[in-house]
Design a protein around this ligand. Structure first.
Ligand SMILES: [Zn+2]
Length: 404
């Protein structure tokens, strides 16, 4: 039997009197009325002795369910004439917001469920629309994001990922210390990061370094806003450039060669691109064969493998010496793609060496890739780009299996 204390303790209605409970269509309706001593004027705050009750109105609000049974609160409200200020207004309704048709407590419940289950399931469970659940969760995330401070941001990683097949990109910026995605924007131009960097500057963030690939637009953007922040070019992108150079070299050779030599080259791609530490003893004869058959390609392979040692150097000084020697060796091969790789690396050597000041990379951002992919698979991400970005902002809190 529901009572006044029931609606107080379970539905969070303070100052309401329980009138009756009605069971209709499988749902429970609690009829309530504001207690006289809780009445105030919405305009001047006058208490009940200065208020005269005039018209009646009835509004129904969705409350928390009991198991699978839906519950509603039916408010029997009044219009109040305030003898102090003369206002004629409906009584205030503290348990909901604006014109909403559910309790604040219901919103909080939806938000909690959204943290552990996909929107679709939450909507199904509660018997409300997908849009309502999404909007409530979105509003919650928006409020939280507003409170996020940029005042202590020191180390960042910037990277892009494709949001659709083809060439639609999104740029994301990760705080390497908190693990939060601080910014997400469509495109991968300087314009997709400059507004954020300006905000960071305005917040007087003690920014020290940013990890990124060698994409010139990002570099440009960072330099436009921060003049003395270190830009660190990370291992992932450089090793993948080296792999691309090897692959291109192999393809060139394949085109030039004839007969058995050409045949021998077939099937080496995997061998050449895989990290040396991932190959087992069965790879040794293949590599030896490659060495004897095709010296230049083997050389390129060794250079690529050697480059990976760069990030393990004990100090910046040792790294500088290593890189200088590596560039010289790569240039000396005379192989078109290796020479061009060496030149690129030479042009960006400061960014490579700055790794040793901070030892940061975009690795943690790559690590989020799977979670982003899961989120991406949900078409809504692109139907409602703001919601997608909000979800990205809090992606560090979700588990990879949680699709949303
Ligand atoms: Zn008043």
């Amino acid at each position: 039997m529901a009572t006044t204390s029931f609606v107080y303790h379970t539905l969070g209605l303070r100052g309401y009197r329980h009138l009756r409970t009605e069971y209709r269509g499988g749902a429970v309706y609690h009829h309530v009325e504001l207690c006289a001593n809780s009445r105030t004027c919405r305009d001047c705050g006058a208490r009940s002795h200065e208020l005269t009750l005039e018209g009646c109105f009835e509004r129904t609000f969705r409350a928390l369910p009991v198991g699978l049974r839906r519950q509603f609160v039916v408010l029997h409200g009044h219009e109040q004439w305030c003898r102090r200020c003369g206002a004629r207004l409906r009584e205030p309704i503290p348990f909901t917001e604006g014109k909403r048709r559910h309790l604040k407590a219901f919103e909080r419940y939806v938000v909690e469920l959204c943290k552990i289950a996909p929107i679709q399931h939450v909507a199904l469970l509660l018997g409300v629309s997908w849009t309502l659940v999404k909007d409530l969760f979105k509003q919650h995330l928006r409020r939280r994001l507003k409170k996020r401070s940029l005042r202590s941001v020191r180390l960042l990683a910037i990277d892009e990922f494709s949001i659709r097949k083809g060439h639609k990109y999104m740029t994301v910026i990760l705080d390497l210390e908190s693990g939060e995605i601080l910014h997400a924007a469509e495109g991968r131009s300087a314009d997709s990061v400059i507004p954020f960097l300006r905000k960071l500057k305005a917040a007087r963030a003690p920014l020290e370094a940013i990890a990124m690939d060698m994409w010139p637009a990002y570099l440009l953007a960072v330099r436009e806003v921060f003049h003395d922040v270190d830009v660190v070019h990370d291992p992932y992108h450089i090793v993948s450039l080296a792999n691309a150079a090897i692959d291109a070299t192999r393809r060139d050779m394949y085109r030039q060669l004839q007969g058995p030599d050409r045949k021998a080259l077939k099937g080496t791609r995997f061998l050449l691109l895989k990290g040396g530490e991932k190959l087992d003893h069965t790879a040794v004869p293949h590599l030896q064969r490659l060495e004897s058959l095709n010296r230049p390609l083997y050389q390129a392979y060794l250079l690529k493998e050697d480059l990976r040692r760069f990030w393990k150097m004990p100090s910046r000084k040792a790294a500088r010496r290593f890189l200088g020697a590596w560039i010289a060796r790569a240039l000396a091969t005379g192989l078109k793609h290796m020479v061009s790789l060496a030149k690129t690396i030479r042009a960006h050597r400061h960014g490579l060496l700055d790794y040793f000041n901070h030892r940061i990379s975009t690795g943690p951002l790559e690590g989020l890739n799977n979670k982003i992919k899961v989120l991406k698979r949900q078409a809504y991400g692109f139907r409602d780009i703001e919601y997608f970005k909000l979800r990205l902002a809090f992606i560090h809190e979700s588990t990879p299996s949680f699709a949303g």
